[in-house]
Design a protein around this ligand. Structure first.
Ligand code: ATP
Ligand code: MG
Length: 411
């Protein structure tokens, strides 16, 4: 029979990579908890209109990247392409705002986008992310950025922080009119994608990676000249806080992000180490989104980081616990071996009971392949072998062996 393959853009994450995945998530989780964020586990499938209304009708995600289908009940649903929209929906639907105060949530899990797969870009990928609802002070922006920077640092990843402000909705609208006019006058010099973006999503032209487009947009009117006093003040405040926290940043007036919902602060952490897919984490404010999705007027902000991209940058995984392999010398000792393994595990040791039958020699070979640091031979009397030093010692019983092994295996 022919083999069935995984679908293009999807991945099996196993072995060392699965360890890396868990390491990234666990590290982030510890830091989320330190900042007193609480977890929200969101659905993978949502009503399509959630993303159309939040991410934006004209964005690449909604226009061409979403997995949309009709379920058996005739509902038009989508596999979530990102987490913020669902978090906002939940915040509104579960009436979290009714508790007063403000809310800090984090999430982790798969996202789906029908993009062209390449290194660091998949159709099912995974994100960690966090959102803060109900705070307008730029202190929150600074803390969020600091938290992301802490996560990267804990993972041993160095990335450059770029920030920008998009201002409030009104100033941006004014700017977009002027920008459209400018782009229209240069239409023939822009790439095909950008030509279609002039009407649809002119801000995105500023973010185009095509050299000739970059050249042209250098002369484009600058968003900063259209910002309100209020927005500029907030931006200055944020920069002041970042400096106080010793977080280095670069101001990038072209940083616009690909989603419609951002207002004021936007930021990205970027590295040059993994080729073109260099953005590892990105986020910003979205002060109008909660209301847009039917909730009360609530300022909010958040970020998301691609786990696969973080994995590409993690160089050192913490050392595994040493492995103890239990070998019944002959099958008459299988029951004793089962019990010995149980005891070792109850004493906190990572234990592999050698399950394959065969000669002692072949069992030892397997123990080596498994990467055992210690072997416990189960026979009349148990014997411990340190695989690194080659030392062997016979004990009266398994309890005595465990006492010695506990020290050696540092449990
Ligand atoms: P890009 O410009 O790389 O397409 P984006 O602006 O679409 O990114 P966001 O929607 O802000 O990305 O998602 C946040 C993070 O999720 C990105 O910075 C990246 O690390 C990761 N990410 C986004 N799309 C993918 C993908 N298809 N495969 C793997 N990771 C992804
Ligand atoms: Mg994208």
């Amino acid at each position: 029979m022919s083999e069935i393959k995984k679908i293009r853009g999807f991945q099996d994450i196993y072995g060392e990579n699965a360890k890396k995945y868990r390491y990234v998530v666990d590290t982030a989780r510890k830091i989320f908890e330190k900042y007193n964020f609480s977890e929200i586990i969101l659905p993978y499938v949502e009503d399509v209109s959630l993303f159309v209304r939040s991410v934006g009708e004209a964005t690449d995600i909604v226009q061409k990247e979403m997995y949309v289908f009709e379920d058996k009940g005739g509902r038009k649903v989508a596999l979530r392409p990102e987490g913020t929209a669902s978090a906002v929906r939940a915040y509104v639907e579960e009436r979290m705002y009714a508790q007063g105060g403000y809310h800090k949530l984090f999430y982790e899990g798969a996202m789906f986008r029908y993009e062209r797969p390449q290194a660091g870009r998949y159709r099912q990928f995974h994100q960690i992310g966090a959102e803060i609802f109900g705070v307008s002070s730029p202190m929150a922006d600074a803390e969020l950025i600091k938290m992301v920077s802490d996560i990267l640092k804990a993972l041993g990843i160095s990335a450059r922080l770029e920030i920008n402000t998009l201002g409030d909705f009104e100033s941006r609208k004014k700017y977009m009119e002027v920008l459209k006019e400018f782009l229209e006058s240069k239409r023939e010099f822009l790439c095909e994608d950008c030509q279609s973006r002039i009407e649809r999503n002119p801000l995105r032209v500023l973010d185009c990676k095509v050299e000739s487009c970059k050249e042209i947009t250098k002369e484009a009117p600058a968003l900063i000249d259209f910002l309100s006093e209020e927005s500029l003040k907030r931006y200055d405040e944020l920069k002041e806080y970042l400096k106080a926290l010793n977080i280095e940043f670069v101001e990038n007036p072209r940083l616009v992000r690909g989603l419609d919902y951002y207002t004021d602060t936007v930021f990205e952490f970027i590295t040059d180490k993994i080729g073109a897919q260099g953005t590892v984490a990105a986020g910003g404010r979205y002060d109008t989104l909660v209301k847009q999705l039917g909730g009360p007027d609530t300022p909010a902000l958040g970020f998301a980081a691609g786990i696969e991209r973080l994995m590409l940058l993690v160089e050192n995984l913490p050392k595994d616990k040493p492995l103890v392999v239990v070998i019944p010398v002959v099958s008459e000792f299988n029951i004793q071996a089962l019990k010995a393994a149980e005891k070792l595990r109850n004493n906190g040791m990572k234990t592999e009971l050698l399950l394959k039958e065969g000669s002692l020699k072949s069992k030892m070979k397997t123990a080596n392949k498994l990467g055992g640091s210690f072997v416990v031979f189960v026979s009349e009397k148990p014997e411990l072998k340190d695989m690194e030093t080659g030392e062997q010692e016979i004990f009266e019983n398994i309890d005595d062996l465990i006492d010695v092994l506990k020290d050696k295996a540092q449990v």
